[in-house]
Ligand binder design. Structure first.
Ligand code: CLF
Ligand code: SF4
Length: 307
């Protein structure tokens, strides 16, 4: 059996999880050179304002900042999937990774996945989110067959969370400061715990921000372990022009590697993330999008009105 990245557990639940992830290029190190994923950029809206984000670009949680993406309608995304599936036989995963938040744009994410599932019962679904709406959609996600979910958790202490997010838009209201941080954290923990208990495979992304959450990351790993998270992906802060952290120091590779080593005892670490675009297609790090689709219509993801 091909196994997930680093876990060597022989427990039944873990073996089932390994099987689920055996063709997932992000959750399985062994799969990443064999199986391709495609992202469908159907979700431009977002309900948060992270201090490292400039909404002219993709969500940095699961994409490389600095490149604008085209936005597809659910129907266009479905057609793209059919087109790509014909040309990439080792396509194993369809992911929704923004360019905003997949759950904040559920009205687009859901029909996209529904149409694809109807045409293909086997392709795995994957989704990344900031987690604010996880409890709300967790049931539907599993019903649609989304078994791999990435949640960005940058802190488990609201005082630290509050330094990373400027504002949260939830249920028609805006929240700021500690109130916003507590709300986000509560929803993240609730959603992650529920999903792992119901069989989903969860990866937690953490943006390492020197001087804000860097010394706190081991605490995040410990908490995520207790919630049943499978793998951690610690990514560097990339200061993006126009964001609140534009002048913050970029996390260095040595700092990042040392932190992964430190957290490894609690959670397996992803080390092969390519911080790919919200419209990436192909093997990780070998994007086939231009070759298959051409330049496409490049547009900036619109900032959500309320933020
Ligand atoms: Fe896409 Fe993310 Fe699913 Fe992978 S990417 S939604 S888990 S299918 Fe993978 Fe790309 Fe890193 Fe993401 S290399 S940015 S971890
Ligand atoms: Fe930007 Fe929203 Fe992603 Fe935060 S969750 S980085 S605000 S797109």
């Amino acid at each position: 059996m091909e196994n997930t990245c680093v876990c060597t557990s022989k427990q039944q639940s873990c073996l089932q999880e390994k099987d689920k992830s055996s063709k997932h290029p992000c959750f399985s190190l062994a799969a990443h050179k064999k199986y391709a994923r495609m992202h469908l950029p159907v979700a431009p809206a977002c309900n948060l304002s992270c201090n490292y984000c400039n909404r002219k670009f993709d969500c940095p949680h699961e994409s490389r900042p600095g490149v604008s993406s085209e936005i597809l309608s659910p129907r266009q995304a479905y057609e793209r999937f059919l087109y790509v599936r014909e040309r990439i036989p080792n396509l194993s995963v369809v992911g929704i990774a923004g360019p905003g938040d997949a759950l904040a744009d559920w009205k687009n994410t859901r029909p996209t996945l529904e149409m694809i599932r109807e045409a293909d019962p086997d392709v795995a679904f994957c989704l990344s989110t900031n987690g604010l709406l996880l409890p709300q959609y967790a049931n539907e996600l599993l019903a649609l067959g989304v078994e791999h979910i990435t949640v960005t958790v940058n802190a488990v202490d609201p005082a630290i969370t509050a330094e990373i997010y400027r504002l949260i838009n939830f249920d028609g209201q805006q929240y700021r400061g500690l109130e916003a941080a507590k709300l986000l954290l509560h929803k993240q923990l609730q959603g992650i715990g529920w999903l792992t208990r119901h069989g989903a495979v969860i990866k937690v992304n953490t943006v390492m921000i020197t001087g804000i959450n860097d010394q706190h990351i081991p605490e995040i790993s410990k908490t995520m372990k207790t919630l049943g998270v499978t793998i951690s992906n610690i990514v560097p802060l990339i200061p993006v022009q126009g964001s609140a952290f534009a002048n913050w120091p970029q996390t260095s590779m040595p700092e990042l590697l040392a932190m992964r080593e430190r957290c490894q005892a609690d959670l397996p670490q992803m080390r092969h993330c390519r911080q790919c675009r919200a419209d990436a297609i192909g093997l990780l790090g070998e994007d086939k999008r231009l070759e298959l689709i051409g330049g496409g219509k490049l547009v900036s993801a619109p900032a959500q009105e309320a933020i």
